[in-house]
Design a protein around this ligand. Structure first.
Ligand SMILES: [Zn+2]
Length: 689
């Protein structure tokens, strides 16, 4: 067992092979924490140390005693699930970009290893999360705090990947087999397509190719990947324009750091240092032209931390300009302006006036964002982390990690908690302190963010304490009123709340009242009794609907008996395929119930078309289900063809889609699948899995 391996780093090998002395020589022992633990605990590998003990026990419970211990795969699973748990706790959620993509890939790879280790449980990886939390939770409480969230996310990700595998593996296998074992380039292109479109990890594709005797060309695959990256880089280059970060360093070269005065005032005088016109330094800015201006000092807030940039006006001896936006350019505050009168040159003194009314609305929303953040942590739990935010004059938007939707009662509690702090008129304090001090005082900060050594901490009474560089009110009462507009999901594990404050929130309440009055008049009810009136109407409508449904259902029953008699058979089982235009899903379900009441074996595919979509149901009698028939799987395949979705139980499933051009093909596919399934059941008595 290797426990210590000394590497003396002394030279830097040049490309021509000569050795250059390093400015500092090092000795690397390779003695990491885990290896040290292995030595101290007298075990022969890093994976046998105590940290992995609970995880391995859980893992072996999951695998069951029948699996000879595939330790290589087990180790990979443990290593990955630990990394996954830490990444998610740190706010890196499975996605298709950046670090989220790394997490997604880790989950997929770990799932593959789990299956190779012998797991037949389908999605089982998430069941190991509690073991990770138990082992690491004492030193890293954030893992324990977010345990449920992590587990839900891993499970969801596992399930969606299993679905991708189920649907895509046969297709991938077909395509690869079609390309043949000698078609190196073609196979690599197929591999890239499945990697790029469906997110299958390279290693998984390689494994599938291996079972067909095909060796993938990794170099060709990497070339395709590079080309793809190049394309997306070029695309983003076109998007970045006036405040392009690429050239910012060049444009502000030689300029001092801008002094920001806007925490204390909305108006100030500054000296114009640089004019950038059409992305080039210029001597003069004249009426009718647009440019980017940089001053030595300014009260204009440049967009940062979600708070949008200020707008306002500039003036100086006959010169007048509107500031349209303010952004950071490296360490300088850059004002995008449109000149209205006169002209101006670098070196001139200029009066800078922020649009104070707009700034006030922004500050209301920013202070409210901090209150909302704290309220969410108090109501939902400490696992809530800000993952994005927008603070604009008309609204605020707050994205945070949480695993399920907030019901209306929870939202009302959050809203009320914020309004309570507003009514208390809590005072705000803004202090600059060291980062360590801020964290010691319990200010909310984020792992992913880089903070300077000195940070600004914004405190609202005892209620909220956050690291923030934004502009804020003097006291919470100035917000006036806080109103949540919406709550939604933006990706798995991330929720979004949009809200309004001050005059906008008040106007909303007023509008709502007006609408309510209008509705009351429309339904000829009092404002107070409108809910009861709506309840009464609803009951009436559903009574009418039932009567209508009853009569339609009887008609459908007769029609079903007819088509049952006329239907063809496969292996002694009736296959009923029918079309019932403008029927809703309820009626389609009623039709399959009629078929079931005939008490003989059948499988049915019924479809209905309306103006903009096609709906369908697949159903089967109970004995078919016992022999392995699954309606849900067939519905999924049909739905994929019409670009819709669907699913359900083995005996009954519903689906639909909007791509009407493919409806014939989809129905034909469904019928073929049903017949194929029945033939297979007919031959062996059971559907082979
Ligand atoms: Zn802030």
């Amino acid at each position: 067992v290797e426990i210590w391996n000394l590497v003396f780093t002394q030279f830097d090998r040049q490309s021509d092979g000569t050795l250059k002395d390093l400015p500092q020589r090092n000795i690397d022992t390779g003695m990491g924490l885990e290896r040290t633990a292995a030595v101290l605990q007298g075990v022969s590998s890093n994976f046998e140390i105590d940290v992995f003990k609970t995880m391995r026990e859980e893992l072996r419970k999951l695998l069951g005693p029948q699996n000879a211990f595939e330790t290589t795969h087990e180790n990979a699973v443990m290593d990955h699930i630990r990394a996954i748990a830490f990444s998610i706790a740190d706010g890196a959620l499975p996605s298709n970009e950046g670090r989220g993509y790394v997490v997604r890939k880790l989950i997929r790879l770990a799932g593959d290893h789990l299956r190779k280790a012998g797991s037949s449980a389908g999605a089982g990886l998430h069941r190991l999360v509690p073991a990770v939390a138990e082992t690491m939770g004492a030193a890293y409480p954030e893992i324990r705090d977010s345990q449920k969230n992590i587990q839900t996310l891993v499970e969801r990700e596992e399930r969606s990947y299993l679905e991708v595998l189920r649907t895509q593996t046969p297709r991938l296998r077909n395509e690869l087999a079609g390309a043949g074992s000698n078609a190196g380039d073609a196979a690599a292109e197929i591999a890239f397509k499945y990697y790029d479109t469906f997110g299958l990890p390279y290693e998984t594709i390689e494994g599938i190719a291996g079972t067909l005797g095909i060796l993938l060309d990794r170099r060709r695959f990497d070339t395709l990947l590079d080309r793809q990256k190049q394309r997306s880089r070029e695309k983003s280059k076109i998007a970045g324009e006036i405040f392009s970060k690429d050239h910012a360093a060049l444009w502000v070269e030689g300029l001092p750091e801008s002094e920001f005065l806007g925490y204390d005032c909305a108006e100030a005088e500054g000296t114009l240092l640089r004019i950038l016109k059409n992305q080039k330094p210029a001597e003069v800015l004249k009426a009718g032209e647009e440019a980017v201006l940089i001053f030595d000092r300014t009260p204009f807030y440049a967009e940062a931390g979600g708070q949008v940039g200020d707008t306002g006006e500039l003036s100086s001896r006959g010169f007048k300009a509107a500031v349209l936006d303010t952004q950071w350019m490296e360490k300088c505050i850059a004002h995008r302006v449109s000149a209205a009168e006169g002209e101006i040159r670098a070196g001139q003194r200029v009066r800078l006036c922020v649009n104070a009314a707009r700034r006030d609305l922004i500050m209301k929303n920013h202070t409210a964002t901090h209150l909302l953040h704290s309220a969410l942590r108090k109501v939902l739990g400490e696992h809530v982390k800000q993952s994005g935010s927008l603070v604009a004059p008309d609204r605020l938007r707050f994205d945070f990690t949480h695993f399920k939707a907030l019901d209306s009662e929870t939202l009302a509690r959050v809203e009320e908690l914020v309004n309570e702090q507003i009514r208390k008129d809590l005072p705000l304090n803004k202090n600059v302190m060291s980062k360590e001090e801020a964290i010691r005082e319990g200010a909310i900060a984020f792992f992913g963010e880089k903070y300077a050594d000195a940070v600004r901490v914004v405190t609202i009474g005892e209620f909220s304490k956050e690291l923030c560089g934004g502009t804020h009110l003097r006291s919470a009462g100035e917000i006036g009123l806080f109103k949540i507009l919406s709550e939604s999901s933006i990706q798995a594990g991330v929720r979004r709340i949009e809200a309004a404050t001050g005059p906008r929130a008040a106007a909303m309440v007023e509008d709502f009242q007006k609408e309510w009055k209008k509705m009351a008049r429309f339904f000829r009810a009092d404002e107070e009794t409108l809910p009861q009136e709506l309840g009464r109407l609803e009951a009436k409508v559903s009574g009418l609907k039932n009567r209508l449904f009853g009569s339609l259902n009887r008609k459908v029953g007769r029609a079903m008996e007819q088509s049952f008699k006329k239907s063809s058979e496969v292996a002694g089982i009736k296959v009923v395929v029918g079309k019932m235009d403008r029927a809703d899903v309820e009626l389609l379900k009623g039709a399959t119930d009629h078929l079931k009441s005939l008490h003989s074996p059948f499988a049915a595919l019924l479809s209905s078309e309306s103006d903009d979509k096609i709906s369908f149901v697949v159903a089967a009698s109970d004995e078919l289900v016992r022999r392995g028939f699954h309606s849900g799987k067939i519905v999924k395949d049909i739905a994929a063809l019409v670009q819709g979705n669907g699913g359900g139980r083995p005996d009954f499933a519903v689906g639909g889609g909007k791509m009407l051009a493919k409806k014939k093909e989809a129905i034909a596919l469904g019928e073929t699948e049903i017949r194929r399934n029945l033939e297979s059941i007919g031959k062996s008595g059971r559907l082979s899995p």
